[in-house]
Design a protein around this ligand. Structure first.
Ligand code: PLP
Length: 426
């Protein structure tokens, strides 16, 4: 595979950008390769600067659920661009997107649009702290909620891959307010509440964890977490930046009986453009300025381009059969990968929720971050490179999810399973 153009761009990038990239996982450090520079993407395919074409399972790390440059979305964004990119004033589009979200997610009575999932996390915490008058929060080892100070503790994929669970530059005084519990372990949460009575404002959780690789909640975990959190007077924040509109048309937390007070959204609701949102019960959301005193703002919040792309994406997803097709595609890959593991006698397991999937190598069960850490990263790196050689572009870390889109055809999926057989044999 030729990669001269990508390699020379990477050299230029290294001279002018820290690590050559604008987000760490893109540097491919975990898979021992130099990153490919992407020049164009269509449907299920990405193409790099050397003209190599790949079946793409990165999917922009989540937003590209329809595939890339879906014609209806692309047309809508182009049409919107002709009317201006941003006004610093409210628009009809923002009302429509908020109404779409509220109609699909009962817990999202009011919505504040922002420009990233990171912002949604910051704001959700600020609301929770203001509402409860408490300052501590509980998060789960391996869950990622953006890179704000309070949440950059044991934060999953990027941090896990680089082996730096906490970042320099996060004040210890702040990090001390963040308690870390173990995913799928209710007693670890109860312990936090018992040890810090009356001090915990919120528990924040990914309803299906997707930043330590995919890890599903065990039966009743989320409903019991909900009850426990509320019993101690704290708020439950469900981070649905990945899972929102990915696993069903609405929130995944509902599937598992969770009753979130606040929900974070992002990725899919921007249709591939910058977006984030915090949503929740009206009286909590009305704490935000200018209705209330909790400050939050953004020059490009509710950007017409992002919002238009999001509305069009949700309209396509709302058409019948989208989630059934995504489920079928996920099930096909799961069984194909499982038979490849079995046939070549390689230890591993596949965790999947709908169109989110992780193939863990070297471990037979992954229920939390400790299990995930035992996966064989060196073997995953070899698998990643072998798949790439065969035209399959996987997320460049053992701790990311594959993102399947509606654009992945049966042929693409079959090619992927064939490549997995050959790569695992190698
Ligand atoms: C991507 C992600 C975020 C952060 O969103 P950004 O738009 O990258 O800031 C937050 N939570 C989860 C679960 C995510 O996957």
């Amino acid at each position: 595979m030729k990669s001269d153009n990508s390699n020379s761009l990477f050299q230029r990038a290294l001279a002018r950008t820290p690590g050559g990239v604008n987000s760490p996982v893109r540097a491919w450090k975990a898979v021992g390769a130099a990153p490919l520079f992407i020049s164009t993407a269509q449907g299920a395919y990405v193409e790099d600067e050397d003209g190599n074409r790949f079946v793409d399972y990165v999917g922009a790390f989540g937003p590209a659920i329809l595939g890339h440059a879906e014609p209806r979305v692309a047309r809508a964004v182009a049409a919107q661009a002709a009317h201006g990119f941003s006004y610093g004033a409210p628009t009809r589009l923002e009302v429509e997107l908020a109404e779409l979200i509220a109609a699909a997610i009962p817990a999202a009575q009011k919505v504040r649009l922002q420009t990233s999932g990171t912002e949604a996390g910051m704001t959700a915490l600020r609301i929770a702290r203001a509402a409860t008058g408490r300052s501590m929060i509980v998060k789960f080892d391996g869950c990622y909620h953006g890179h704000s100070d309070a949440l950059l503790v044991r934060a999953g994929s990027g941090a896990m891959t680089l082996g730096v669970p906490d970042s320099p530059g996060v004040p210890a005084e702040l990090a001390q307010l963040t308690l870390v519990a173990r995913y799928n372990d209710l007693s670890s949460v109860e312990q936090c509440f018992v040890q810090h009575p009356g001090r915990i404002a919120a528990v924040i959780v990914e309803p299906v964890a997707a930043n330590m690789g995919v890890v599903k909640p065990q039966a009743n975990f989320l409903s019991q977490l909900s009850t426990l959190t509320h019993r101690y007077g704290a708020l439950l924040i469900c981070d649905e930046v990945i899972t929102g509109f990915r696993l069903r048309f609405g929130a995944a937390s509902e599937l598992f009986g969770a009753e979130p007070d606040l929900i974070m959204l992002g990725k899919i609701i921007g249709g591939g453009n910058p977006i984030g949102a915090v949503a929740g019960r009206a009286e909590l959301m009305d704490l935000l300025a200018p209705a209330g005193a909790v400050y939050q703002a953004g020059t490009l919040s509710g950007s017409p381009l992002s919002v238009r792309a999001g509305i069009e994406t949700l309209k396509v997803l709302a058409q019948g059969g989208a989630y059934e097709r995504l489920e079928a595609a996920g099930a096909y890959l799961e069984s194909g990968f499982a038979s490849a593991l079995a046939q070549h006698g390689i230890a591993g397991c596949i965790n999947r929720a709908g169109s989110l999937l992780t193939l863990f190598l070297g471990v037979t069960e992954v229920r939390n971050a400790d299990d995930a850490q035992r996966a064989d990263r060196a073997r995953f790196a070899r698998f990643f490179r072998a798949m790439l050689e065969r035209g399959i572009y996987l997320p460049p870390s053992q701790f990311e999810a594959l993102f399947i889109s509606l654009a992945h055809s049966e042929e693409d999926l079959k090619k992927t399973v064939d490549a997995a057989h050959q790569s695992l044999a190698e």
